[in-house]
Design a protein around this ligand. Sequence first.
Ligand SMILES: *Cc1c(COP(=O)(O)O)cnc(C)c1O
Length: 217
Amino acid sequence: MTVAENLQRFRDSIPEQVTLVAVSKTKPLADILDACNSGHRDFGENRVDEFVEKCQQLPPDIRWHFIGHLQSKKVKKVVPFANLIHSVDSLKLLTEINKRAAAINKTQDCLLQIHIAQEESKYGFSFKEAEDLLISEELKILQNVRITGLMGMATYTDDMSQVRKEFRALANFYNQLPATKSKLQILSMGMTGDYRIAIEEGSNMVRIGSAIFGERG
Ligand SMILES: *Cc1c(COP(=O)(O)O)cnc(C)c1O
């Protein structure tokens, strides 16, 4: 099956209202073009240099999602191309994104990454930290960023009840946020191994790599 066929099959298997971000990391430009020519527009990358390179070489109407951990010193490279940054995990990073967006007269859409997994290594805010940030004065003065939703990654485990529990907790948090809620529209959760559960638990944006492009080497 071609990438375009895989993608179409996958698209048809999930509800229409769920945005499909095709995660093309490590995959060649030809694969992305194949998907692009079939009409798909949302692609995700997780490494800055690869992200920039692909953004520069591929059609300008692609909606690029930056989904990987982002260091402040690399924000400048990412902001000119990113439609949505999924991985904001600190106020410091958000402040830098605001600065770089202001410099090019852009309002950068961002998701707050929430730490829901049991692993120590995953980045992100706790629920409390995210809620504090969303109602803070610090956020109000950042005129060139817009928090449009939340992103979370579940624990990497075969225990699907654990995965479900984590997605459910994030969805509950998303649904219960107070006054700021009306501005939050995106709940980005679910990858190849756990997207079905994520969608059942309320995800409206999934980030899918291997199921579309094949296993990464
Ligand atoms: C790689 C990656 C994905 C996609 O992973 P698959 O298991 O290949 O679908 C999704 N989200 C993030 C943050 C990733 O780094």
